[in-house]
Design a protein around this ligand. Structure first.
Ligand code: ZN
Ligand code: ZN
Length: 388
């Protein structure tokens, strides 16, 4: 077994992705919909239909191919005329730049366009659509889908592109049991199709292949959130898993941004009652009640009062963050909060502010991920080929 593993590593070292061969991922698309029927249309390039291990025919720009499940097979039709009934279908782009659209207006599915190839199969009577897509096209699509509108600064796009690429490669086995690499929902990374922004496309091309690695040259888990309120959080304080790079630090960049502060007013009686119900809080102990009503954290703490973890307080009261203080105004408790999100890793609003101030993306990544750097994935010591 060890010999096989060693051989595997050696082969990968030699063949590796140092050959700069494009990496393709299988992304399950429309994964939160029950697609009963969908229309495929080539937008650019050339498309070839392969089914049941045979080349069936070409598809041309302007043609509309209807895809429907029929028992355990895929029925393809053009203008209600059958192209065929197949077990597994792949529609491969064979041109220089290949893109296609998918739509079904009667079922109110969102119309989307995608780069590269489409695979179709039937799982338990339902259509499963897989976008077999070049990693770089996928990264551009994710950067646009996940918040391309939050900043238009190129340095911030560089950071997002590198984070999304790192996530995709670290997690490329996440859906192996389902027969693909990643889904298109927030469970993996939100992906609604091909990128239409030229700035994002440029940012992805400029950082092509770049990923974030720790001091041992291992790709990192590039956690991020909206705003830390001035101090980020150790990964072990939220997820019980320590890392060398997800370490707490002060952040002077996000504190003037839109999500730096929040406030929540709760009737005092309701607040104490909730503490009692959720955490069995000793309401008869006036000292502890007083501490709960006048809780302070100049720097981030992990524990509220009476050993209640702050992350449980956040969940119970549905708070924007665990970084809050309390005081009393009349018969109300006022929660004065800072930040938005779990606080581990990269603070998006801080990163946007750094980009606006002229910091380059390497500086931004190092600021939030301790002792890390970026390199091309072909330079990784132990490589892999995320291709099905
Ligand atoms: Zn997923
Ligand atoms: Zn911050």
């Amino acid at each position: 077994m060890r010999l096989i593993s060693l051989l595997f590593i050696i082969i990968i070292e030699i063949v590796g992705i140092k050959s700069a061969k494009a990496v393709f991922l299988d992304i399950s698309i429309y994964s939160s919909y029950n697609v009963k029927s969908i229309d495929f249309s080539p937008l650019s390039g050339k498309y070839v239909l392969e089914a049941d291990e045979r080349i069936i025919r070409d598809f041309h720009k302007g043609e509309v191919i209807n895809i429907t499940p029929l028992r355990d097979s895929v029925l393809l039709q053009i203008n209600h005329t059958n192209v065929g009934l197949f077990k597994e279908v792949s529609i491969y782009g064979r041109g220089f730049l290949n893109a296609f659209s998918l739509k079904n207006e009667t079922e109110k599915l969102p119309s989307r366009s995608y780069d590269d190839h489409l695979k179709i199969r039937i799982i338990a009577g339902q259509l499963q659509l897989i976008n077999n897509v070049d990693l770089e096209h996928y990264v551009a699509g994710v950067v646009q889908s996940e918040g391309g509108g939050s900043s238009d600064d190129m340095q911030f796009f560089f950071v997002q592109a590198i984070s999304c690429r790192t996530y995709a490669l670290v997690n490329y086995l996440k859906h192996t049991v389902d027969g693909h690499n990643l889904c298109d929902e927030v469970h993996c990374q939100y992906y609604t199709g091909r990128c239409k922004s030229s700035d994002i496309t440029r940012a992805v091309a400029r950082t092509s292949g770049e990923v974030i690695v720790d001091s041992n040259q291992r790709m990192i888990s590039a956690a991020f959130f909206s705003n830390c309120g001035g101090e980020t959080v150790n990964s072990e304080d939220v997820w019980s898993i320590p890392t060398s790079y997800l370490k707490s630090r002060t952040d002077s960049f996000c504190t003037s941004m839109s999500k730096a502060k929040w406030e929540r007013i709760i009737p005092k009686e309701e607040f104490l009652k909730s503490l009692d119900i959720a955490f069995n809080f000793p309401l008869e102990d006036s000292l502890l009640v007083d501490s709960a009503l006048n809780f302070k954290q100049e720097h981030r703490k992990t524990i509220f009062v009476n050993q209640i973890p702050l992350k449980q307080m956040r969940r119970e009261f549905k708070l924007r963050s665990t970084f809050f203080e309390t005081d009393v105004k009349g018969d109300k408790v006022v929660l004065h909060g800072r930040g938005f999100g779990h606080g581990v890793g990269l603070c998006q609003q801080g990163a946007i502010r750094m980009a606006e101030l002229g910091y380059d993306y390497h500086a931004i990544i190092k600021y939030y991920y301790k002792d890390t750097k970026t390199l091309h994935y072909s330079e990784l010591k132990y490589n892999f080929l995320p291709q099905f």
